[in-house]
Design a protein around this ligand. Structure first.
Ligand code: 6PG
Length: 252
């Protein structure tokens, strides 16, 4: 593993996707144990997409092999975004994480907070925001601080479901919003920048040569510029980490 400091981010580069997934799973363990030891509670928002699926499978395998058990009864799992489909749909981020991880570990069902994406998008966003505020004990004028938020990087520079030119990019009050994504011809529900930037730790995961160009744009460009949504993730006082493989880092 090698590191680069590309303010405001710290970048850790792993030989391949397998090493990368192992490192993300180990960071998840570290964050969870530190939060639980400190506050008796760990709040984490999972990313969708394909990259993190191997991480989720490793976390379930760690638990079942006894390699690294977590205090799941003290862990609350959320989702940084969701597609506007029912939870059993093939496109559902909840379904992916449930099959790869949540159904295979002893986390109480009441600790899994999926987006009720079977509702109309705006209703789903409002319902989710209310659940976040309830579980994290946040008043209406507070922004909750997640202990860890996992994020991916899309080829167009999107993260969560904050896509270029989408209305969600400008949201500064709501924690969760619904947004029409023209290029996909669908609605998405997504965390807004305020809740991302309040996190104690954001961990971006990117793998594969197809992400190399966009990673260079995001990390190699003018640190004050925001040309792509992922550059809008600028933590107020948390740690911004990028865990990537050598292929994705090949243009840094
Ligand atoms: C989603 C994710 C999205 C994803 C990126 C990267 O719902 O799809 O939240 O932001 O992280 O599109 O996806 P891959 O990991 O599949 O490349």
């Amino acid at each position: 593993m090698r590191s680069l400091s590309l303010p405001p981010a710290e970048v850790r580069i792993f030989p391949d996707a397998a090493f990368l997934s192992r490192a993300v799973a180990d960071e998840f363990h570290r964050c969870a144990n530190a939060a639980i030891d400190h506050a008796g509670f760990f709040s984490v928002a999972l990313s969708g997409g394909s990259t993190p699926k191997a991480v989720y499978s490793l976390l379930a395998a760690d638990e079942n092999s006894g390699r690294a058990r977590l205090r799941w009864h003290l862990i609350h799992v959320f989702f940084g975004d969701e597609r506007s489909v029912p939870p059993e749909h093939a496109e559902s981020n909840f379904r992916m994480a449930n099959e790869a991880l949540l159904a295979g570990v002893p986390i109480p069902a009441s600790n899994v907070h999926r987006v009720h994406s079977e509702l109309e998008p705006d209703a789903a966003a409002g319902h989710y925001e209310a659940e976040i505020r309830r579980i994290l004990a946040c008043s209406p004028d507070e922004v909750p601080r997640f202990d860890l938020i996992l994020l991916g990087l899309g080829g167009d520079g999107h993260t969560a479901s904050l896509f270029p030119e989408s209305s969600a990019l400008n949201e500064r009050k709501a924690l969760v919003c619904s947004t029409w994504v023209e290029k996909l011809g669908t609605h998405r529900i997504t965390f807004s920048f305020p809740v991302l930037n309040a996190a104690r730790e954001i961990l971006f995961i990117a793998a594969g040569g197809e992400k190399a160009g966009m990673l260079r744009n995001i990390l190699g460009g003018d640190p004050s510029g925001i040309n792509y949504p992922a550059q809008g993730v600028r933590l107020t006082s948390g740690q911004l980490l990028w865990f990537v493989d050598e292929e994705a880092a090949s243009e840094l």
